[in-house]
Design a binder for this molecule. Sequence first.
Ligand SMILES: *Cc1c(COP(=O)(O)O)cnc(C)c1O
Length: 368
Amino acid sequence: MTPPRIAYTKPSITELEVSYATDAARNGWGERCYEYITRFEDAFRTHLGVRHAIATSSCTGALHMGLAALGVGPGDEVILADTNWIASVAPVVHLGADPVFVDIRPDSWCADPALVEAAITPRTRAILAVHLYGNLCDMDALLAIGARHGIPVVEDAAEAIGSVWRGRRAGSMGAFGAFSFHGTKTMTTGEGGMFVTNDDALYERVLTLSNHGRARSQTKQFWPDMVGFKYKMSNIQAAIGCAQMERIDELIAGKRRIFTAYREGLADVAGVSMNPEPAGTQNGFWMPTVVFSRDRGVTREMLQAAFARGNADARVFFWPLSSTSPFDRGDGLPVARDIAARAINLPAYHDITDDELQRVVSILRDLP
Ligand SMILES: *Cc1c(COP(=O)(O)O)cnc(C)c1O
């Protein structure tokens, strides 16, 4: 008999989420229609240690508004790593700016700061630091480069809840941070996101943009001050978010339990490396990932076939964005292409059992 399929991600939903969502659906209307939203923003702000938070319908929306508020537009360039999901770069394209892809570091799988600095031109308007799979970008280096050139560094921390860089949480260090609460992320509201910043003026601009361009100082009813966006989170989603925030330490610890089980199960296997956690940092381990050394000869396709045989989900490491159809700039930058060809993301849903973790370990141990 085939054992049941192992999913790669599923949210952790308890009676708490159900009761808050039920309360929001039943009572969260009229003058109470923002209660859970405000509470969720406050809890998130406190967790992250930032001054301002605005709940959004997605991380993509938060990035779109944040970049728009920084003035990113046609003729501008935004630098980001080649290894990324399309959501990080789509807002750059929507704003009419040109993405500039740089290669990743082989140790962090995130943008190589030396290449970021080399890619700066008079048109560079922002550096987009994406913390991949929970791994942190070298924020000291990127912030120093940004300061040297007068270019804001912004953080896509969608995958990095629980990641901490020298005492500062991912998403709290740049000009702004963006988070995702999509159903596959460490914490979820179904769909949803968050914009965070310590910059009072930037906060006001995004608040106005997020309210269809109506400034909160505007007293005239239905009077837009500019054309804005509509990327709001509903009170019902925020209710689920409030419950997830009460459980945030447990949700982060759960990802570490899964990562640790994989690392220990694979400790004696030659030529396997996993998500790094350099001294002075914590990795939120959203997506445990294995990269096989070149001499092992294990390929993405072999890994996909082995997981299919083992009835377990696994995700390919992100393709180099520059190689995908919308950009079509060749085969991808060398390190981005090379690592993706010999790596795989492992199943990491919160309620995965120890037996299931061992099944995944066996799939990897049994590879030739
Ligand atoms: C999931 C993800 C996004 C997109 O989040 P949405 O909430 O679906 O818009 C953006 N960036 C990264 C790095 C992600 O992992």
